[in-house]
Design a protein around this ligand. Structure first.
Ligand code: DQA
Length: 146
């Protein structure tokens, strides 16, 4: 199957950005480990990161047009604000797993609302980069059982 992992704003700063919340791995390291795992499971993984809402929306539109099979999404701060990005995921009709490196429920109250959790197959928070691997395994299991 083909899977797209999409990361939102400021996640290009992973490795140096607030490591107590987000760990020490860079996004490139996380993506390359994830790509390897996808290959081991027999899937193909593409990745995309942007700081711009419209670019994230357009990438999800393109993924839908390309009829990919699933989406792993860390909307970053757009989690708590972007109805437009939510609508793009809904329009894509792609099965989506929501991932957060940190645990937003253990942080400021404004992080405790997600516009994505109720439209996700599942949401993974607070497990660091392992969360992306869990998301990939969840999609893998779903594809195998369907
Ligand atoms: C995040 C959590 C968000 O609240 C925050 O704005 C981020 C990253 C996470 O991965 O823990 O940028 O999505």
């Amino acid at each position: 199957a083909s899977i797209l992992v999409v990361n939102g704003p400021n996640l290009d700063r992973l490795g140096q950005r607030e490591p107590s919340h987000y760990g020490h791995s860079t996004l490139a390291e996380i993506e390359s480990r994830l790509r390897q795992l996808a290959e081991d499971l027999g899937h193909q993984l593409d990745s995309f990161q942007s700081n711009a809402e419209h670019a994230l929306i357009e990438r999800i539109h393109r993924a839908a047009d390309a009829q990919i099979d699933g989406l792993i999404l860390n909307p970053a701060a757009f989690t708590h604000s972007s109805i437009a990005l939510r609508d793009a995921v809904l329009a894509s009709a792609l099965p989506m797993v929501e991932v957060h490196l940190s645990n937003p429920f253990a942080r400021e109250s404004f992080r405790q609302v997600s516009y994505f959790s109720d439209i996700a197959i599942g949401s993974i928070s607070g497990l660091g980069a392992l969360g992306y691997e869990c998301a990939l395994r969840a999609l893998d299991q779903r594809f195998r059982s369907s």
